[in-house]
Design a protein around this ligand. Structure first.
Ligand code: HDE
Length: 702
């Protein structure tokens, strides 16, 4: 059988520890070797880690107990301020390798040599929720990559959506305040479906395009391994000759980008709060390493000038049909962090961490970010020396005269901590050519607080997105707007937002109005620039470009006593062949006795392993087993949910009473398994990811 995360876990034998019982019946695990003795932070070996120092066994605790005080004090200070945005995240180590020498565009060394791997640390995150919030909420996902290059760290701090809510950094605190928990009541957690968010965005026409993305399936990705990533802003590549080329960065998962169904996402938030974190960890743990290709859209100033939108405006996309993606390398995540706090929590990304060959543009959102990220680390990580924390340290030499400050780790030597100096000719000096030289873009103009007119079209790209979606994706967008606006209590906010949607497309507005039962109630709003209808861009749709695969997906197999062992083995073999993981679900965690007499302990019980955890399911109960299952609400819901979440279902004939009770109707995605040969048909159905034709029969928008 293929390795699964559960199988991978084996406790190592331990002969260095002995267990003794103390006077009060407490157990002491004591070191029986020299190298596993517990110490204080000062290195003093601790004799007793179970009892504080008291005056008499039943007496008061003594202030003298420096061991207790050190331990508790350290514990009391274990938490640091969580990130104000992107607090909830998961990360992994890996490497990036370019496909070719990109010297024609950039002198950045890590993009020049296809033989060279650059270490990376990648942190995925949600934006709105706190560090302990659920993974599957509707939200934008952060996709931050730190490249430890030979010329310094380059951070590509992006999102899974290629545009942003606002055009100017000035509005970021307002945006974030509006989406976070409302300040008087401290709810809702990690949800945009409330008045303050929709109040703000409905007053900000520039948010409209991003709202389309956030309300689309992109807002509820199936996995961090199965979502796209974007640098959002237009950056510059600079080559050896100093030539600048505009560039947009894209990440593409090699196993395809897929999403959850909203009802599934909601149930997952209860079934497995850590769904995305666990998924990433487990995949890496079993050696199924997540991979992403890095793509760029490179274009020159002349091309940029021809667009009827401004490339400095972060609320716009450049359709791939206009500037195609060029794949330039691959990112592989092959190692889980050793310690969540030390690495995932303390990693400090910054769009301003660039290397020679990569430079900024005047995108006013990017310009504001260049200030924010260092500033936030000062309060989050406590001082200016966060670059010395191991996860943040560059791998190339780092030398300068910055000194001291809280938590300084380096121990610089010598008298010289200034430059110029004549006392230490070996101390560091600037280098005019190897150093970072800012692209000398001419800058002139009055000091103004003003948005350029070229930023004024807020609806054309939102309409482009709408028109580029497949039917199921359009339905999901309508449903998401309707769900969120139904949670908004202030009717004037709903009607204002409907007014914005009307400016995007009348079908969209009519769909949301109908789902809300608010037909004809959209406010009449006047756009600064009315939407143009652009040529649809199929590359914006996830469903249109999905290729059939179950690589990296999870198949849940429901078994009972008497399950056909041969059929189960055939499913396992087929899944292994496709790079999918099988997890067994059974009524009891102790196991089920298969037809060959062997006991098989499952990964989950039915209540602990609801079908929302899987991409496709197989029902393999015996006839006896199914008699008990039809009387179990959990088992019926397991099957019903799989069906209503549009999953492929493979089933033996014995499970028919369960299928019937769960309301499963025959369709292309329900595959009866009479023998091992039918397994192929089931796998083919599962490769579709969802049986989209089923959806209109099960739910209407809203
Ligand atoms: Fe961020 N953002 N952001 N952001 N952002 C932070 O930095 C900020 C924006 C993004 O996994 C903070 O270290 C401002 C766009 C990611 O650690 C903070 C503005 C994009 C992460 C901050 C933006 C992002 C952050 C909070 C508007 C996509 C998580 C903690 C001008 C291109 C990185 C921290 C991680 C984190 C500020 C807008 C992506 C407060 C002021 C646009 C992926 O500095």
């Amino acid at each position: 059988m293929a390795k699964t995360p559960r199988d991978a876990k084996k406790t190592a034998p331990n002969n260095k520890t002995k267990t003794v019982t103390g006077k009060g019946g407490e157990t002491h695990q004591q070191a029986d070797g020299d190298d596993n003795r517990l110490t204080t932070n000062q290195g003093t070996v601790i004799a007793d880690n179970q009892n504080s120092l008291k005056s008499g066994a039943r007496g008061p605790t003594l202030l003298e107990d420096f061991i207790l005080r050190e331990k508790i004090t350290h514990f009391d200070h274990e938490r640091i301020p969580e990130r104000i945005v992107h607090a909830r995240g998961s990360a992994a180590h890996g490497y990036f390798q370019p496909y070719k020498d990109l010297g024609r565009l950039t002198k950045a060394a890590f993009l020049r040599d296809p033989g060279e791997k650059t270490k990376v640390f990648v942190r995925f995150s949600t934006v709105a929720g706190g560090a302990g919030s659920a993974d599957t909420v509707r939200d934008v996902r952060g996709f931050a990559v730190k490249f430890y290059t030979s010329e310094g760290n380059f951070d590509l701090v992006g999102n899974n959506i290629p545009v942003f809510f606002i055009q100017d950094a000035m509005k970021f605190p307002d945006l974030v305040h509006s989406v976070k928990m409302e300040p008087d009541r401290a709810f809702p957690q990690a949800a945009s479906a409330h008045d303050t968010f929709w109040d703000f965005v409905s007053l900000m026409p520039e948010s409209t395009h991003m709202l389309m993305w956030a309300m689309s399936d992109r807002g509820i990705p199936r996995s961090y391994r199965m979502m796209e990533g974007f640098g959002v802003h237009t950056f510059r590549f600079i080559n050896e000759k100093g030539k600048s080329t505009f560039v947009k960065f894209h990440w593409r998962p090699t196993i395809g980008a897929v999403s959850l169904i909203w009802d599934e996402a909601v149930k997952l938030a209860g079934a497995d709060y850590d769904f995305h974190r666990r998924d990433l960890w487990n995949a890496i743990d079993i050696g199924d390493f997540p991979e992403f290709e890095l793509g760029i859209q490179a274009f020159d100033e002349k091309t940029a000038d021809k667009f009827d939108f401004d490339v400095l405006d972060p609320t716009k996309v450049i359709p791939e049909e206009i500037v195609p993606l060029e794949m330039i390398g691959k990112l592989v995540l092959d190692r889980n962090p050793d310690n969540f706090f030390a690495e995932t929590e303390q990693v400090a990304f910054h769009p301003g961490h660039v290397v020679p060959g990569i430079d900024f543009t005047n995108d006013p959102l990017l310009q504001g970010r260049l200030f924010s990220y260092t500033d936030t680390q000062l309060s989050r990580l406590g001082g200016p020396n966060f670059h010395e924390i191991p996860i943040n340290r560059p791998v190339c030499p780092m030398r300068n005269f910055q000194r001291d400050g809280i938590h300084r780790m380096a121990v610089p030597q010598g008298r010289v901590n200034y430059e110029p100096n004549s006392l230490d000719p070996d101390s560091p000096r600037e280098h005019p050519t190897a150093g970072f030289n800012t692209f000398p873009e001419p800058a002139e103009g009055g000091k103004l607080r003003q948005r350029p007119e070229s930023f004024a079209d807020h609806y054309s790209h939102a309409r482009l997105f709408w028109l580029s979606m497949t039917k199921p994706e359009q339905t999901h967008i309508v449903s998401a707007f309707a769900f969120e606006l139904a949670k908004v209590e202030t009717i004037a906010i709903r009607t204002r937002m409907l007014g914005r949607l009307k400016l995007v497309h009348t079908d969209l507005c009519a769909g949301v109005e109908a789902a809300l039962g608010m037909e004809g109630q959209a406010d009449a709003l006047t756009p600064a620039v009315p939407a143009r209808t652009m040529q649809p861009s199929p590359a914006l749709s996830l469903i249109a470009k999905a290729s059939p695969t179950i690589k990296g997906r999870k198949i849940g197999v429901l078994i009972t006593d008497g399950t056909d062992a041969k059929l189960l083995a055939a499913i396992q073999k087929a899944a292994d062949g496709e790079g999918a993981v099988v997890e067994i679900v059974a009524p009891k965690i102790g196991g089920a006795k298969l037809s060959d007499g062997k006991m098989l302990p499952p990964h989950h019980t039915i209540s602990g392993g609801p079908s929302v955890l899987f991409d496709a399911v197989v029902l393999l109960p015996s006839a006896d087993g199914v008699r008990a299952l039809v009387r179990e609400a959990g088992a019926v819901a397991w099957v019903h949910d799989a069906f209503s979440h549009l999953k492929a279902i493979g089933s033996v004939a014995a499970a028919e009473p369960l299928l019937a009770k769960a309301g499963v109707e025959a369709d292309d995605g329900v595959v009866m398994l009479e023998g091992s040969s039918d397994v192929k048909a089931f796998i083919a159905a599962a490769k579709q990811h969802r049986i989209w034709d089923r959806e209109p029969k099960l739910r209407s928008p809203g």
